[in-house]
Write a protein that binds this ligand. Structure first.
Ligand code: ATP
Ligand code: MG
Length: 425
């Protein structure tokens, strides 16, 4: 196909025929688009911004593409910063917003002799400047490849993306196998976007997922961690989790969690626990509340840790060292898949260790626990566990009363456990 053929095949959807109005676009993005255009460059809004506006959703960010080279873009904005080593893009910084401006690029050229991924899991050879009709083919899905032209407010559609948007279909651009081998993270993006938008993944796009899932092991753990955050903090994590499992993608990112879900004795409880973890997370996001990613990861790895702890205890280790050893083993395996930052791991350790401490309700211990920085997260975690493990409900109930109670109630609660302890002895 020559460049001209491709240009001819683009559909132009005129301003009158679509719903995007400039009022919905961030004033900063408009400012950048107009300035590029006034200086003789072409300038388009592209990607998730156009897709979401067409669907009547509020875009997360506005990405811009242009034929101006990064240095030329930088000259036009005093608040611009060139970023990226391999491929330079420009960040135009405003007080509360950063607008990303990229120069049209050509699609990556695959040839079997070339290693497509660097050690950091980034695509190589995706680094030659091009024109709009070349840029379009390097994008992932048809609905992400719509260009809103600031010159006449039309939408340029090379891949029938508008049609797919209308039908709720997520379709990869080009040959699915080839495009997924080129960048396996596209499988995760497909799941995330399909769940976010309530779209179905086109059959041909999804067909190679299971076969190619193991390619995710070649993606850098830092990139997989970033994707994990996007997947599970999307507000649809319960759906995302089920879909990732359906395509055997979850096991590539969380192998020990997947393994725990195959444990014949406990799989029902674990399944339910994870479902509750995700639905609570989604509910919080829907209410506009914050979610601590460390809490989420603490939940994802809790049962693998418990199972490892049981194992260590069965070899004669005491409870605390067994938990410590289990945490070390599980987190170090997990870090190789998704590089969870140290600060999160520290919080996760606090949450996990406090689960043991909740059981030790004598002396001043419960008072000390209340003053711990991560008490609230650990207490919520205990309640979550109790939702799926009825034997934990009395303990959770006790802590709820102790946490909310006044001094008199706390003393009574402590006296009560002490009495029971003595009777037991
Ligand atoms: P979100 O709503 O999460 O921001 P998005 O589609 O805008 O979704 P971004 O990560 O912001 O996602 O990417 C912007 C655009 O860049 C995408 O819409 C797509 O056109 C392109 N893109 C991003 N990641 C890839 C990829 N791995 N392969 C090909 N194109 C990609
Ligand atoms: Mg985006």
């Amino acid at each position: 196909m020559t460049t001209e053929d491709v240009v001819c095949s683009a559909k132009i959807i005129k301003r009158k025929q679509h719903r995007i109005s400039r009022q919905q676009i961030s004033p900063n993005a408009l400012k950048v688009l107009y300035r590029l255009s006034k200086n003789g460059y072409s300038a388009y809004l592209v990607g998730g911004g156009v897709r979401d506006l067409l669907l009547g959703l509020e875009p997360k960010d506005f990405d811009i593409v242009t034929d101006a080279k990064p240095e030329q873009v930088k000259k036009l904005f005093k608040n611009a910063l060139l970023i990226g080593k391999r491929f330079r893009i420009v960040h135009v910084r405003f007080r509360h917003e950063v607008i990303e401006v990229a120069t049209f690029r050509q699609a990556a050229i695959i040839d079997s002799t070339q290693q497509m991924e660097s050690a950091h899991g980034m695509l190589l050879r995706d680094n030659v400047y091009g024109s709009i009709d070349e840029d379009v083919w390097r994008r992932d899905f048809t609905i992400n490849a719509l260009y809103y032209n600031i010159k006449d407010f039309s939408i340029v559609d090379y891949t029938d993306g508008v049609d797919d948007l209308d039908h709720g279909v997520l379709r990869i651009i080009g040959d699915p196998q080839e495009r997924l081998v080129e960048d396996p993270v596209r499988m995760l993006r497909a799941v995330r976007l399909a769940c976010k938008l309530g779209f179905v993944i086109d059959e041909a796009t999804a067909a190679p997922f299971k076969e190619l899932a193991s390619l995710l092991t070649h993606v850098s753990s830092a990139r997989l961690f970033d994707e994990s955050l996007k997947l599970f903090l999307s507000g649809n994590s319960a759906d995302v989790f089920a879909t990732l499992r359906q395509y055997q993608l979850f096991q590539q990112m969380y192998p020990l969690t997947e393994e725990s879900l195959l444990d014949v004795k406990r799989n029902h409880v674990i399944d339910l626990f994870l479902l509750r973890l995700f639905t609570h997370t989604d509910e919080r996001i829907a209410l506009g509340k914050t979610v601590n990613p460390a809490y989420l990861f603490a939940g994802l790895l809790w049962y693998p840790i418990l199972l490892k702890q049981y194992h260590y205890k069965s070899t004669g280790m005491r409870e605390v060292p067994a938990l410590d050893a289990a945490i070390k083993e599980v987190t170090s395996i997990q870090q190789k898949c998704t590089a969870i930052p140290r600060r999160f791991i520290n919080t996760m350790r606090d949450i996990w260790f406090m689960q043991l401490q909740f059981e030790k309700r004598f002396g001043r211990r419960p008072y000390k626990l209340l003053t711990q920085l991560k008490f609230r997260a650990a207490y919520d975690f205990l309640l979550l566990r109790a939702e799926v493990e009825p034997t934990l409900q009395p303990l959770a109930q006790w802590w709820t009363e102790f946490y909310h109670g006044n001094e008199k109630i706390r003393k009574m609660l402590l006296a009560d456990v002490n009495k029971k302890r003595t009777q037991k002895k």
